[in-house]
Design a protein around this ligand. Sequence first.
Ligand code: PMV
Length: 317
Amino acid sequence: SKKWVLTVTAQTPTNIAVIKYWGKRDENLILPINDSISVTLDPEHLCTTTSVAVSPSFDQDRMWLNGKEFSLAGGRYQRCLKEIRSRACDYVDEKKGIKITKKEWENLHVHIASYNNFPTAAGLASSAAGFACLVFALAKLMNVKDDLGTLSSIARQGSGSACRSLYGGFAKWIMGKNDNGSDSIAVQLADEKHWDDLVIVIAVVSSRQKETSSTTGMRDSVETSMLIQHRAKIVSVNYFGRNFLGGFWIISCVEKWNRSEESPQVAYTFDAGPNAVMIARNRKAAALLLQRLLFFFPPHSDADLSSYVIGDKSILQ
Ligand code: PMV
C-alpha cells in the first residue's frame, strides 16, 4: 500500500565558535585548515526544528524552509542525503505493518520541513543548526546506527560549523588528517552543566540575509566578477556601514567595562555578519551587560538594535 507516512522531528540549537573555523583545505568534503571550538546554545533559542517524512507515495525528495519550498539540488544536501541513505538500516513497525529494508531506503523519497526560530543566513549560524538537525532527523528516520561522531562528519559536509551542533555544551571540531575526511569530526569537550551560569547575549544588529554565503560565494565572486570592486564600495555604505557602527560601539563598551574590572566580565565575538555575540561569565555579569546595552542602544534607536536577549529574559529584571 502507498498509504503510510513515517515522520521524525528533531530540534537542534546553533553554536557560537569561540575558536573560529575559517578556511578550507578541501571545499567538496568541507575539510578545515584548523581545529575549532564552540558553545552550543540551549535548545530553546536560535534553533532549527526539522521534520522529515518518508512515504512510498512521495515521488521525489522535497524540502521546505520556513514554509517555502527550497531546492535540494545543491551538492551539500545531496551529499548529506546520500551519506545517510547509505547507512540506513532495516526498519520494522509491526503494528503499522511497515517494513523497509536497507535496500528499499535507497528508492524511497523524503519530504523535509525545516523552521528556524531566528533570522536565516544572517550570520547567526543558521546553517549550523540546520544541517545538524537535518542529518540527525534523517538518521533517526532511516534507523542509522552510527554514533554522533560519524553523524557529525556527515553534517560537516552540509556546513562545516554544523558538525559541532550535534552536541550540547562545548564541542570541538577536530580538523583531521585524512584526505577522505573520515577523521574530521566533532567531539564533545564538556557538557552543558560544565559552565551552567554562562550567559550568551546576542545583539541582532541586522537580521538581513547575508549577500554571500560564508564560503565559496565570496571567493568565487572575487575571482570571476568584474563588478566586485564596485560592489565592495557600495555595500560598505548601504549595508554594513551602520551595522558595523553598532558592532563597534558594542566592542568599545565591553572593552571599557572589562578594563575597569579586576577580571574580564564579558567576551565578544562575531561570526559571518554584524551581529555581536557577547559571552558573560555569569548571570550577574549578563544582567550588568544588558543594563549597559539598553542604556547605549535603547530599542529602536538609530543603531537599530531591535533585540538584545535571545534567551533567559529574567536576567533583565
Ligand atoms: O559553516 P560555515 O561554512 O557557515 O562557516 C562558519 C564560519 C564561522 O561561523 C564564521 C566560524 C565558525 O567556526 O563557526
